[in-house]
Design a protein around this ligand. Structure first.
Ligand SMILES: NC(=O)N[C@@H](CC(=O)O)C(=O)O
Ligand SMILES: [Zn+2]
Ligand SMILES: [Zn+2]
Length: 346
């Protein structure tokens, strides 16, 4: 008997669409299965103002195939010079859905991020007052802190103090990679949630490093030990309201990944829903996939789930995905999980 599951059309609560030729090439990959996505603002230069977010939204809409059921939800990149009244106006006008905090230097294109967190306190207070959520890349940049500890230390040093100072601020810890992150979100009450990526449910740090370095598995925060992957799997498949899908699909042209100093980012937009069906089936939790991919995210953001649906069907033979997406900015390698996947999405 054919196994299949129909869920509300999913959303991606953390997505990099880039700009120009890369945007043109990869936007259709997300528009195929997802209804909405939170669009990360780490362009060069970053999307800082409401006007820039509005202009970027237009460029994205122009790259979405005709007739696709896809809505970009825009964000502004928080800097130490961000104007709180500009954000409030962009929020009131329906231009932005959230604001993104990057610690300066933590990840790809984060040089304009925040160094002194006290400097953004008035902006965070305004956001709390008007109900504008903060998405956080949760890693410290202190060179003395080991890269595998940077998320856990960020929670203690930066995130917890911010949340204690501004308890009404709604915060999404983006792409959590540790049991520490899972535990912190569980203890954080209704104003705290986390996105979890597809790839962090599948790989641990051995996948990156054992048997030769695998640049296409390198992303930030970097995948951790197996015990952390297990904790993320358990959180994602639990159905709990505070955990939802943010793929962090982050395309870089192959030349920039397969390099002596390779960029961070895994590109999963193409096969995420098939991979998630595999993961949730493996854990005996297919009935929780809709909560993770389609219900918990909109609920946290105060939005309705999508009306449309997506059906995932288990096939007798493995689904064949493109190895690469050809873009005008060069080929982008699609994340390969390292095992056959039988779930087709349509
Ligand atoms: N996740 C990554 O490894 N890379 C992201 C940035 C980010 O989300 O931190 C990118 O923009 O390439
Ligand atoms: Zn990030
Ligand atoms: Zn990201």
């Amino acid at each position: 008997m054919t196994q299949s599951i129909t869920i509300r059309r999913p959303d991606d609560w953390h997505l990099h669409l880039r700009d120009g030729a890369m945007l043109q090439g990869i936007a259709p990959e997300s528009a195929r299965h997802f209804g909405r996505a939170i669009i990360m603002p780490n362009l060069v230069p970053p999307v800082v103002t409401g006007a820039q977010a509005s202009a970027y939204r237009e460029r994205i809409m122009a790259a979405i195939p005709e007739g696709a059921d896809f809505q970009p939800l825009m964000t502004c990149y928080l800097t130490e010079d961000t104007d709180a009244s500009d954000l409030a106006q962009a929020h009131a006008d329906g231009i932005i859905t959230a604001v993104k905090l990057y610690p300066a230097g933590a990840t790809t294109n984060s040089a304009s991020g925040v160094t002194d967190f006290d400097k953004v306190r008035p902006v965070l207070e305004k956001m709390a007052e008007i109900g504008l959520p903060l998405c956080v890349h949760g890693e410290v940049t202190d060179p003395a802190i080991d890269i595998f500890d940077r998320e856990a230390v960020f929670i203690d040093r930066v995130l917890d103090p911010i949340r204690k100072a501004t308890p009404a601020l709604r915060v999404i810890m983006e792409h959590i990679t540790t049991k520490n992150g899972v535990d912190y979100v569980r203890s954080g009450g209704d104003n705290l949630a986390a996105t979890i990526t597809t790839h962090h449910l599948i790989i641990n740090r051995n996948h990156i490093l054992v048997g030769g370095i695998k640049p296409h598995y390198y992303c930030l925060p970097v995948a951790k030990r197996e015990e952390h992957r297990i904790a993320l799997r358990e959180a994602a498949t639990s159905g709990e309201a505070s955990f939802f899908l943010g793929t962090d699909s982050a395309p870089h042209a192959d030349a920039a990944k397969e390099s002596a100093c390779g960029c961070a980012g895994c590109f999963t937009a193409t096969n995420t829903m098939s991979l998630l069906a595999h993961v949730f089936e493996e854990d005996g939790t297919l009935d929780k996939l809709e909560a993770f991919a389609s219900l918990n995210g909109p609920a946290f953001y105060g939005l309705k789930p999508n009306d449309a649906t997506l059906t995932l069907t288990k096939q007798d033979t493995p689904v064949e995905f493109a190895d690469k997406i050809d873009t005008g900015a060069g080929p982008v390698t699609v994340f390969q999980p390292g095992f056959p996947v039988f779930w087709a999405a349509n």
